[in-house]
Design a protein around this ligand. Structure first.
Ligand SMILES: [Zn+2]
Length: 454
């Protein structure tokens, strides 16, 4: 999906450290944008909607302005003398505001967030104020096409994480080639499996389940927490995704795969499986992430089908979030999946907050490798010679701010006539689903739910 032209990726990070009073890191890009007019002229951008997704420990607020605006954000400590709670405010210059937004605050009052309100601060500025119930870490960034400012508020500090045994901890790395061994699948891959671009790793050794249990140290009588999984079929509604040579649409294929995954995974009681969409509807990328975060999900799997101008391009790949991509093809892919022109992703400092992403990066890398291997193995039983492109990294908006282990699958190329035909075959879709299910099962059964659940 092509986005509107002329906008810039502007992912700005603001973070408040618990100890330091306020540490504000403002990405220069937020202030180097072409200056809009100083007051809201007719046709100027305007705050048209404020959307919020929230639970007791997490809130995402999206401020829709449509066109690009200049903005800045800050946090004010509570002022007990004046009866004011801690609050985050975002000043938007040169924009108007829809009357209904100005008149009607978004009331939440859930222990983390009190309300979101907006109004004209002065002649040049619309101010959006987020009244918090208590001081919280937060960050703010903007996404283009259409322009929206996203505020993520973390009311918990340490984010829940599905951990493998402590022994499995590995140093963080941006380079797939230096990855640790993937989690061993429950069935050994056939030795004939073609993996030209897969990382050359030593034989995978499953982490010790026993040590995992020790690390988890649950009371003997405690009920094992269910693993919450969010399956995210990409695109939908007005956004068909990539379209194959004979007209097959990505949005339909990934929904069919997603439903299969849910059906298969739900056979095990330990999995609580949800989907971001279960119909042909359009859901903005930031909302998909917010749904997973709000739901306290442990594993997020976004489903997509690749496409390339090179009609011979083929194979399966699975991605994790990174600030950049190692080649032009991956950048083009990320731009297409993000619904923005390629130039939006080029030469831009794509700031990704390690507060939410870093802790789960290694887990996401492991799951991505396991998922991709398992998909290729399952589809290979029906279609010999299936290609694996392997584990990759790129700046996908749908993964930005995800608080859980999160991967994005590119299940072969719909632009390749042979692979498009394969994607019309229900047994191929079953194979893809079986691969994802096997990997999630393995990951879930051998992981430790470090959070207490809710
Ligand atoms: Zn897609």
């Amino acid at each position: 999906m092509e986005g509107e032209a002329g906008e810039r990726v502007d992912l700005t990070l603001l973070r408040r450290h618990p100890v330091a009073s306020i540490l504000v890191l403002l990405c220069a890009a937020g202030f180097l944008l072409a200056s809009p007019p100083l007051f809201a002229a007719p046709g100027a951008p305007r705050v048209s909607d404020i959307r919020a997704w929230t639970n007791e420990i997490y809130t995402r607020v999206a401020i829709d302005t449509g066109d690009e605006v200049s903005w800045k954000a800050n946090l004010l400590a509570a002022d007990p003398a004046r009866g004011l709670p801690p609050r985050i405010f975002i000043d938007i210059r040169g924009a108007g505001i829809r009357d209904e937004i100005r008149r009607k605050p978004v009331e939440v009052r859930n222990g983390l967030l009190r309300q979101v309100r907006a109004g004209r601060f002065d002649r040049d500025t619309v101010r959006v104020v987020i009244d918090l119930e208590r001081e919280s870490s937060y960050r703010v960034f903007a996404l283009p096409s259409p322009f929206r400012i996203i505020v993520d508020i973390d009311g918990e500090g340490e984010v829940p994480v599905l951990r493998m045994s402590p022994d499995a901890a590995v140093p963080s790395s941006e380079d797939p080639a230096t990855l640790p061994p993937a989690i061993a699948p429950s069935v050994a891959p056939p030795t004939t499996s073609a993996e030209p671009a897969a990382p050359s790793a030593p034989p995978a050794v499953p982490p010790s389940v026993e040590s995992s249990r020790v690390a988890a140290a649950p009371p003997p009588t405690a009920r094992k927490p269910r693993v919450r999984v969010m399956i995210d079929p990409g695109h939908g509604g007005k956004d068909p995704g990539a379209i194959g040579p004979t007209g097959l649409k990505e949005k339909d294929v990934v929904l069919a795969i997603g439903r299969r995954i849910r059906e298969k995974l739900s056979r095990s009681v330990e999995f609580d499986v949800r989907m971001t969409r279960d119909g042909d509807v359009f859901i903005p990328l930031e909302e998909r992430t917010a749904m997973a975060n709000k739901g306290g999900v442990d594993i997020f799997v976004s489903l997509h089908i690749n496409a390339s101008r090179n009609r011979k391009a083929e194979g399966f790949s699975t991605y994790v979030l990174s600030r950049g991509a190692s080649n032009r093809e991956d950048l083009e892919l990320a731009a297409r999946e993000n619904g923005v022109p390629l130039r939006e992703l080029q030469g831009v400092k794509f700031i990704i907050d390690d507060m939410f992403t870093g802790a789960r990066k290694n887990e996401s890398l492991r799951l991505a490798k396991t998922v991709n291997d398992a998909i290729v193995r399952h589809v290979s039983t029906r279609y010999p010679g299936v290609q694996s492109i392997g584990l990759k990294q790129a700046p996908f908006y749908v993964l930005v701010g995800a608080r859980m282990t999160a991967v994005l699958v590119e299940a072969s190329f719909i632009s390749n006539a042979r692979e498009e035909a394969r994607l019309r075959d229900p047994s191929c879709l079953d194979g893809i689903a079986d691969g994802v299910v096997e990997a999630i099962r393995y990951y879930g059964q051998n992981g430790i739910l470090a959070h207490s659940g809710s």
